[in-house]
Design a protein around this ligand. Structure first.
Ligand code: PDD
Length: 287
């Protein structure tokens, strides 16, 4: 089945979808994105992603080219025509395609934003075997720009970080700035000590994860303690457990950090429980 994608108001087979070579997303990484997961054919936390998208656009002085209601219609239509049961919807909005390359922003009245959405079919996403064994992470320096709270498409360093992890025989990397863990290359990072979940507080240093917000809420409702504070990689290496969260991995246990095995090297108690709660509660509210 050819995937149907959405480009600037049209639903098209992926082979016919086109974006200009002058698009600022392509030339300048001048764009923002969102990834929303789909479970049972329904969208997880659509509202949270739509709100963060509007914030990212606003922070970059870009017009929001689509209302939340219309965005929901497009998401649902793509899920329907592509018959997605489990997977993701990728959405990208760029500052559009002016007639030539220029550092200055184009006039938004004459250069409309480019909007692209496509589905990624991932059967078995919720029941991932990786969640049962946990993942290995390495630490790398965080050399990204200072506005990581904006979900821009500047993903070269996260891609390089994942490659460094792969070369080191690990699954992903956690980034370190001024001695403290910021976040994973494409996820938020947590450690667990006893009954306490520790994760860096929100600021411009990290992406304000939609999964993070939900998981911390569920953790508190389940009487777990949450501490939003900085932690070092050394503290993480001695933690009882660790995990990451993101729209594509939900809650994923981490069992090894820079070669140090956490606990008995299996996912432990807290992360798997949080994954279970997250999936159960998010599915109830999925639309
Ligand atoms: N990444 N931190 C970074 C740097 C991220 O790129 C992401 C998401 C997160 C988690 O945010 P959320 O819970 O809203 O997905 C944290 C997406 C999934 C991606 O790039 O594919």
């Amino acid at each position: 089945m050819t995937r149907t994608v959405y480009v600037n108001g049209e639903y098209l087979p992926e082979t016919e979808a086109k974006v200009s070579i002058f698009d600022r997303g392509f030339l300048m990484a001048d764009g923002v994105y969102e990834v929303t997961s789909v479970l049972g054919g329904k969208l997880i936390d659509f509202d949270g992603h739509a709100i963060r998208l509007a914030r990212s656009l606003n922070e970059l002085d870009m017009n929001n080219p689509i209302s939340k209601e219309d965005l929901l219609v497009v998401h649902r239509e793509l899920v329907r025509v592509n018959e997605i049961d489990e997977g993701m919807i990728y959405l990208q909005i760029t500052r559009g395609a002016p007639s030539d390359r220029d550092f200055a922003f184009p006039d938004p009245d004459t250069t409309p934003c480019t909007i692209v959405l496509f589905t990624q079919n991932k059967p078995g996403l919720a029941n991932s075997p990786a969640a049962k064994v946990g993942m290995k992470v390495i630490s790398i320096e965080d050399i990204r720009w200072g506005r990581r709270d904006i979900k821009t498409v500047q993903l070269l360093y996260p891609s390089m970080g994942k490659m460094m992890a792969k070369k080191a025989g690990a699954d992903d990397a956690w980034m370190i700035e001024d001695g403290f863990v910021t976040e994973g290359t494409s996820n938020n990072a947590y450690i667990v000590k006893g009954n306490t979940i520790i994760t860096r507080a929100l600021s411009n240093d990290i992406l304000h994860g939609i999964t993070r917000a939900a998981v911390l809420r569920f953790a508190q409702e389940a009487q777990m303690d949450v501490e939003e504070r900085n932690f070092t990689i050394e503290e993480a290496m001695q933690a009882d457990e660790a995990f990451i969260t993101s729209a594509s991995t939900f809650v994923m246990p981490v069992v090894e950090i820079d070669g140090a095995i956490l606990g008995d090297g299996t996912p432990g108690r807290v992360a798997p429980r949080l994954r279970e709660i997250y999936l159960e509660e998010s599915l109830k509210k999925a639309i």
